[in-house]
Design a binder for this molecule. Structure first.
Ligand SMILES: Nc1nc2c(ncn2[C@@H]2O[C@H](COP(=O)(O)OP(=O)(O)OP(=O)(O)O)[C@@H](O)[C@H]2O)c(=O)[nH]1
Length: 574
């Protein structure tokens, strides 16, 4: 059979089968070149095919290449579909984010239309460039719209600097009253002198650092952001002040403290956190290394100690041997003396003989004594060295115990209020609960929450909020008995334990506590800041667990909030 093919001038011409094969091969080579660059495995297989076609490989060899090629084509197709689906998802997310920014209605509509186009995955690679171009325009319109609405976006907010550093407001409690038997009614006057704090709310922002904003268009959101940054800085400064570091880290700490107190933007904040992390880890590692060194030293000393004991033991058994040797020698000399007395012929030779034997006996005894004395003094010396070493070891162990205890205690204290933190509170609750289970008696658990604390933060800033928390902690601790215990449960919530107090006594005490806080004149500059607390409490009853009692007290506290706040509610017992 023959075949025809249109030639360049339009007429058809006949092709021999060899020519047709050649043409097909050439066509295949070109198609394979066009299909290159889609997938690395497919490229490899196409390369192999091209090499085989160019080298005039026999048909059966070409046939062997085909299954691999087919597989590579299928895999490449799957990969392409997966890539299309990923791209589609990413673009879809971008569209959703833009929709979240509340774009103008026409932009939102266009975004929805664009989203619909993403459904046709097969078309996506071809359409992607125009699709992205359209998306970029819609994004620009959305951002422009956001800025016009004064609703500055997350990035612009993050990249901007906060206003000047917020100075600490001065909250000055009057001197502490004497502790009353259960509750002291005389609330001290507190003055929150916070000129500086008020400055924050009214001070114009730093123009050089806010290139796009004027002082007048700082949104409420922006202000909250600045307050949050100030809050983070105050926490960092407190951490830096309280961090136990090494002498070699002092300069790094001072540098970081200076940097933080000057105010940080978010980029600097990340670096500052890194630096803080380094300080903490450095100090921790060094303490760890110290401890390891101490353990090594201790090990070495114990080893020496054991060596000394062994030597003392050897020396003691050496003395026993020497004494045994001496008594054998004496016995021998006495035996010889006996024999010479028995066999003596005349008095003068007997006398000389006895004298010689006695002298030799005395010599032996003297030698043995000297030897024993030398050994005794050696043992005494060893013992005194050992005693000294033990004393040194005791001192070191004591110091380490002290350090460990200090660190353990620090981990249980809340930095802001100086009260027990959640872990400290948990520890004490466990102890009190165990005592109550073992010995019975009365135990009250109180949950205390500051009312509308969020609005104090919002009105006066987080630093003022912190000060209020500190002062409440002080006020409440002063009014409690020595046997009571207060810890910070978290945020603006505290827990009080009152052992040996009946619910009737408890309600009186807590009512006085509540009215004491209410009557404390907190001031922000000259403006009074109303601070009240809500309390819920319960008595531990049979079959109670810590959780069940806490739950009751917590519910009672929420009931106090629901009833209008600033009150004490006793939990209903089941
Ligand atoms: N300044 C400061 N604020 C804190 C601290 N811990 C938590 N807060 C804030 O305390 C506020 C508690 O607010 P909410 O839980 O809404 O309660 P609230 O405003 O006191 O209202 P009620 O409890 O319903 O009276 C939140 O805004 C927290 O950010 C802290 O250590 N310092």
């Amino acid at each position: 059979m023959s075949d025809t093919q249109p030639n360049t001038n339009g007429s058809s011409r006949y092709f021999e089968p060899e020519e047709q094969t050649e043409l097909l091969k050439r066509g295949l080579v070109r198609v394979s070149i066009a299909a290159s660059g889609i997938d690395p495995l497919l490229d490899k297989r196409l390369n192999e095919l091209r090499r085989a076609l160019r080298s005039d490989a026999p048909a059966h060899l070409l046939g062997e290449l085909l299954p691999d090629l087919e597989r590579a084509v299928l895999t490449a197709d799957q990969n392409r579909q997966q890539a299309s689906s990923n791209t589609s998802k990413a673009v879809q997310q971008l569209i959703e984010q833009l929709q979240d920014c509340e774009p103008p209605r026409e932009v939102s509509r266009a975004l929805r239309a664009l989203e619909r186009q993403l459904g046709e995955l097969a078309e996506l690679p071809r359409k992607l460039p125009s699709l992205l171009e359209e998306l970029q325009q819609l994004q620009q319109q959305t951002l422009q719209h956001s800025e016009e609405q004064g609703n500055s976006g997350l990035w612009s907010r993050l990249l901007r600097r906060k206003p000047r550093t917020e100075p600490e407001p001065e909250l000055e409690p009057a001197p502490a009253p004497e502790q009353g038997p259960l509750i002291d009614d005389q609330a001290p006057a507190l003055a929150i002198e916070a000129q500086a704090q008020e400055d924050i709310l009214t001070a114009p922002p730093d123009e050089t650092e806010r290139p796009t904003d004027s002082a007048s268009n700082i949104s409420g959101e922006e202000q909250r952001f600045s307050q949050l940054a100030a809050h983070i800085e105050s926490i960092l400064l407190r951490l830096l002040a309280e961090l136990q570091i090494l002498e070699t880290q002092q300069t790094a700490r001072d540098r970081l403290r200076e940097q933080v107190s000057k105010g940080l933007n978010w980029y600097e904040l990340t670096a500052a956190l890194d630096a803080l992390c380094e300080l903490v880890l450095g100090a921790q590692q060094s303490r760890q290394a110290d401890f390891e060194r101490y353990l090594l030293q201790l090990n070495e000393r114990l080893f020496q100690f054991q060596g000394n004991l062994e030597e003392a033991q050897n020396s003691y058994s050496g003395s026993l041997d020497a004494e045994r040797e001496l008594s054998g020698a004496i016995r021998g000399q006495v035996q010889v003396l006996n024999d010479s007395v028995r066999d003596a012929d005349d008095l003068s030779s007997l006398k000389a003989n006895v004298e010689a034997r006695l002298n030799s006996l005395l010599e032996n005894i003297d030698k043995a004594r000297e030897l024993r004395e030398a050994r005794d003094s050696e043992v005494a010396e060893r013992l005194s060295t050992m005693v000294e070493r033990i004393q040194a070891m005791e001192v070191e162990a004591q110091t380490f115990r002290h350090h460990l205890e200090e660190q353990r205690q620090q981990a249980l204290i809340d930095n802001l209020t100086g009260l027990a933190n959640r872990s400290g509170l948990q520890q004490r609750m466990d102890e009190e609960f165990e005592r109550w289970q073992r010995y019975g008696g009365r135990l009250l658990l109180v949950v205390l929450d500051v009312d509308h604390f969020k609005s104090i933060n919002d009105r006066f800033g987080h630093l003022a909020g912190d000060k209020v928390l500190r002062l409440i902690a002080q006020q409440v601790s002063r009014r409690l008995r020595k046997t009571d215990f207060i810890g910070r449960f978290g945020g603006e919530e505290f827990v009080i334990l009152m052992p040996g107090v009946s619910p009737e006594q408890g309600i009186v005490a807590l009512e006085a506590l509540r009215s004491g806080i209410e009557g404390t004149p907190f001031h922000f500059k000259s403006e009074p800041v109303p601070v009240t607390i809500s309390l819920g409490f319960t008595e531990f009853i049979r079959d109670d667990s810590l959780d069940s009692a806490f739950d009751r007290a917590d519910k009672a506290m929420y009931q106090a909030k629901e009833l209008g706040r600033n009150r004490v509610v006793r939990a209903a017992t089941p």
